[in-house]
Design a protein around this ligand. Structure first.
Ligand code: ADP
Ligand code: MG
Length: 252
């Protein structure tokens, strides 16, 4: 049994079958990549995994509990976090102030802005925020404007803001999309550090095969809404079904 078990998931948008009988098992403490050509259904699947989209049929269980129909803060409380393509940080605040937000926010995700001013002087919150910044190697940049950091460092900050909530499953939707090579490598290093130092499971949707092969232990290839192959990185290169899936995209 995996920590995440997807069984028989179907999702239609009008006449289009975006997901067709998806079965997927993600093992605890592994990095599992989901790849596939544009329009394969990757983002749709991710939306189902975080409870944002209810499938027409099928089940999604995280550690034995269904995620379907749950509110975002409930998903967060279950230990599932999601990372979007563009880092979600407050560009007008300093790195430290950004980091203090999740350290201060309540577990139900509510956040009293009027009380945040007082929290800025709260030693405990500052300490927690600084410890986390140190873990992602951003402590020396704590006074910097978050908006003026590189894309890779913005991603680091966002991940730190997410990790402080101690998720058990991290879902990443193309975390290096549109990044320059240096920022992509920065992000790969970060994800490797997280993988090495934490008990965490990661499901990563990614177009960049350099990222996939640097991180993934298992790879599922999705095509037209259905998993075609699930394999180790060594076995996926040159796999005939993968080539078929990417026909015209020349990816693998
Ligand atoms: P991927 O992330 O693999 O590129 P998506 O999951 O975004 O693919 O989309 C899968 C298919 O479903 C595409 O054909 C897309 O146009 C369609 N689709 C996605 N979301 C919607 C929606 N909300 N309404 C209608 N069609 C959608
Ligand atoms: Mg997508």
């Amino acid at each position: 049994m995996g920590i995440l078990e997807v069984k028989g998931v179907n999702k239609r948008f009008g006449g289009l079958q975006a997901l067709g009988d998806v079965n997927l098992s993600i093992q605890e403490n592994t990095v599992h990549a989901i790849i596939g050509p544009n329009g394969a259904g990757k983002s749709t699947l991710l939306n189902v995994l975080v409870g944002k989209l209810i499938p027409d049929s099928g089940s999604v269980m995280f550690d034995g509990q269904s995620v379907l129909g749950r509110k975002p803060h409930e998903i967060c409380q279950m230990g599932i976090s999601r990372v979007f393509q563009t880092p979600e940080i407050f560009t007008d605040l300093s790195v430290l102030e950004n980091m203090m937000i999740p350290c201060f926010a309540k577990r139900d995700g509510s956040f009293a802005l009027h009380a945040f001013g007082a929290a800025l002087g709260d030693k405990e919150v500052i300490e927690r925020a600084e410890t986390m910044l140190e873990e992602v190697k951003l402590l020396d940049k704590r006074q910097m404007h978050a908006g003026s950091m590189s894309r890779g460092d913005k991603r680091r900050l966002e991940m730190a803001m997410c990790l402080v909530q101690e998720p058990r499953l991290l879902l990443l939707d193309e975390p290096t999309a549109g990044m320059a090579r240096a920022d992509t490598n920065n992000t790969i290093d970060l994800l490797k550090e997280i993988q090495d130092t934490r008990d965490i499971t990661m499901a990563i949707i990614e177009h960049d095969m350099h990222v996939v092969f640097s991180l993934a232990e298992r790879i599922t290839v999705l095509a037209q809404g259905t998993p075609l192959v699930e394999e180790t990185p060594e076995n996926i290169k040159g796999h005939p079904k993968v080539r078929e899936a990417y026909l015209g995209e020349a990816q693998v």
